[in-house]
Design a protein around this ligand. Structure first.
Ligand code: FAD
Length: 416
C-alpha cells in the first residue's frame, strides 16, 4: 500500500458508480473506482441490446455533466414525448405529453451498456481517477480515521469516503450491517426487442394486464423494447416458446378493439428475464461510507426509475461533498454523509413506495373499479399529473441541482 489517501473510493462501475466517479473527479476530488468486470464494448452496428433504460430529463442533465453525453448522443437513442398508461380492459387511461409540462421530452431510451461504456471511456480519458479493474472489494477496516479497503488482489486503498455502487447484492452494504426491507414480487420481467406492424411512433406505452404490466419503449428504428412482467413460471414458459408462438401470445395479450397500435407483432430478438423485487435499505450511510444506486434501493421497473434514482444519488453525493469542502468540513464526517444519506433515502422512498402502491393497485382484478376511479381522477387533474411528471423527470423541488439543469461549474463557484 502506498501512503495515498483518496478522497473517494467507489466500489462498482455500473452506470451509477461510473457516473459518480466522473462527477466527483470533475469536481476536483481524487477518486479510485474498483470494478469486478470489464464493461462490454458498445458496437454501433450490433443488434439492439436486451437491456435498455428510460433516462429522465434530469438524468440526461446529469449525464451531460459527467462528460459522457457527447459520446452517447452520437449513437442510437430515442426520445419520447408521449406516454400512455392504460388498464387491462382500456376502461381507464392516462396520457402525458411533454410540452404540456414545459418539457422538451419525457425520456430517452438508451441501451444500458452504451451508457456504461461511454462513462468508462470518459473516466479513462480524464485525470484524477484511478480505475482498478478487474478487482473486487474484499474487506474494509473501519477502525482507523480513514477506512482501509482491501481488494481481492491484495491491494489496499485508503480513502476519506467509501462509496458503494456495487449493485443489489452490495458487499459493502452487507459489511456495514445495513438491513433492508425486501419484497419479492414472485415475477420476472421478460425483455426483448420486437418489430411491430405499425412502427412505434415514439410513445412509451404501458398496459396493466392480468399477471403484470407490459411496457413498449420506443427505439430509434421504430422497433420497441418490451418489459413484460409475468409470474415466474409463466415467464419461464414464455422464454421457452419459439419466436412465432411467443409473438402470437404477445399479440393476443395486447390486442383489443380500440388500440390500433402496436398491431401485428412481426419479429423479436433474443429474450431474457430478470427477477422483480423491491429492496429498501434502512440506512444509506455508515462510518465514512455511503451507498448509491441499486446498492441502496431496488425498485420495480414499471415506472422506469431504477437507474434514474441512482443517477440522482450520484448528483446528490457530489453536491453534498462539494458543499462540505466549500465550508472546510471533513467530507468523510458522519454529519456530511448523513446529510447525503437522509436526503437521498427520503427521496428514493417516496418514489419506491409510490411504485409499490401503483403495482398493488393494478394487480388484483377486484380493484378494477378503484383503478378506474384513480386513473380518471389523475387524468382529470393537471396538478396531479404535473407533480407525478416532475418527480419522474427528476425535476422536483428536492432533486439535486445537477438534475434541475445547474452546471457543475456553478456548483463549484456558486457566486460566479
Ligand atoms: C427488466 C428491467 C428493466 C429496467 N428498466 C429501467 C428503466 O427503464 N429505467 C431505469 O431507470 N431503470 C430501469 N431498471 C433498473 C436499472 O437497470 C438498475 O437500477 C441499474 O442498472 C442499477 O445500476 P447500478 O450501477 O446501481 O448497479 P449495477 O448495474 O448492478 O452495477 C453494479 C456494479 O458493481 C460491480 N460490483 C459488484 N460487486 C462488486 C465488488 N465486490 N467489487 C467490485 N465491483 C463490484 C458489478 O460488476 C457492476 O458493474 C430496470 C431493471 C430491470 C430488471
Amino acid at each position: 500500500m502506498n501512503d495515498r489517501i483518496y478522497d473517494v473510493v467507489i466500489v462498482g462501475a455500473g452506470m451509477v458508480g461510473a457516473a459518480s466517479a466522473c462527477l466527483l473527479a470533475r469536481a476536483g476530488f481524487s477518486v479510485a473506482i474498483v470494478e469486478a468486470r470489464e464493461p462490454v464494448v458498445f458496437e454501433a452496428d450490433a443488434d439492439y441490446a436486451l437491456r435498455v433504460s428510460a433516462f429522465s430529463p434530469g438524468s440526461i442533465d446529469i449525464l451531460k455533466e459527467t462528460g459522457a453525453w457527447r459520446q452517447i448522443e452520437k449513437q442510437r437513442h430515442c426520445h419520447y414525448r408521449r406516454m400512455h398508461v392504460e388498464d387491462r380492459d382500456e376502461s381507464a387511461r392516462l396520457g402525458f405529453n411533454a410540452p404540456e409540462f414545459g418539457l422538451e421530452y419525457l425520456g430517452i431510451i438508451i441501451e444500458n451498456h452504451l451508457v456504461q461504456w461511454s462513462l468508462w471511456q470518459t473516466l479513462q480519458a480524464m485525470g484524477g481517477v484511478e480505475i482498478i479493474c478487474p478487482d473486487k472489494l474484499e474487506s474494509v477496516d473501519f477502525r482507523a480515521s480513514e477506512p482501509l479497503v482491501e481488494l481481492a488482489s491484495g491491494r489496499q486503498l485508503r480513502c476519506r469516503v467509501l462509496a458503494g455502487a456495487d449493485g443489489a447484492e452490495s458487499r459493502l452494504r452487507k459489511m456495514l450491517g445495513i438491513e433492508q426491507d425486501h419484497w419479492e414480487y414472485g415475477q420476472l420481467g421478460l425483455v426483448t426487442v420486437v418489430q411491430t406492424g405499425n412502427s412505434n411512433p415514439g410513445i412509451a406505452w404501458q398496459k396493466f394486464m392480468q399477471g403484470g404490466p407490459l411496457a413498449f419503449l420506443p427505439l430509434q428504428d421504430g422497433a420497441s423494447s418490451i418489459v413484460w412482467s409475468r409470474p415466474q413460471s409463466e415467464a419461464r414458459r414464455l422464454l421457452d416458446l419459439d419466436d412465432a408462438d411467443f409473438l402470437s401470445e404477445l399479440e393476443q395479450s395486447v390486442a383489443s378493439e380500440t388500440t390500433r397500435w402496436p398491431g401485428l407483432m412481426r419479429s423479436c430478438g433474443p429474450r431474457a428475464a430478470f427477477p422483480l423485487t423491491m429492496r429498501l435499505s434502512h440506512r444509506y450511510s455508515g462510518p465514512h461510507a455511503v451507498l448509491l444506486g441499486d446498492a441502496a434501493h431496488v425498485v420495480h421497473p414499471l415506472a422506469g426509475q431504477g437507474v434514474n434514482l441512482g443517477l440522482l444519488d450520484a448528483a446528490g453525493l457530489v453536491e453534498v461533498l462539494v458543499d462540505a469542502r466549500r465550508h472546510s468540513l471533513d467530507i468523510g464526517s458522519e454529519k456530511t454523509l448523513l446529510k447525503y444519506a437522509r436526503w437521498r433515502q427520503s427521496e428514493a422512498e417516496i418514489m419506491a413506495r409510490g411504485i409499490h402502491g401503483i403495482r398493488g393497485l393494478f394487480t388484483p382484478e377486484s380493484l378494477g373499479p378503484l383503478r378506474k376511479l384513480g386513473l380518471n381522477l389523475v387524468s382529470g387533474s393537471w396538478m396531479a399529473k404535473e407533480a407525478f411528471i416532475k418527480r419522474a423527470a427528476g425535476r422536483n423541488r428536492n432533486a439535486p441541482a445537477l438534475a434541475r439543469g445547474q452546471a457543475l461549474t456553478d456548483l463549484l463557484n456558486p457566486a460566479a
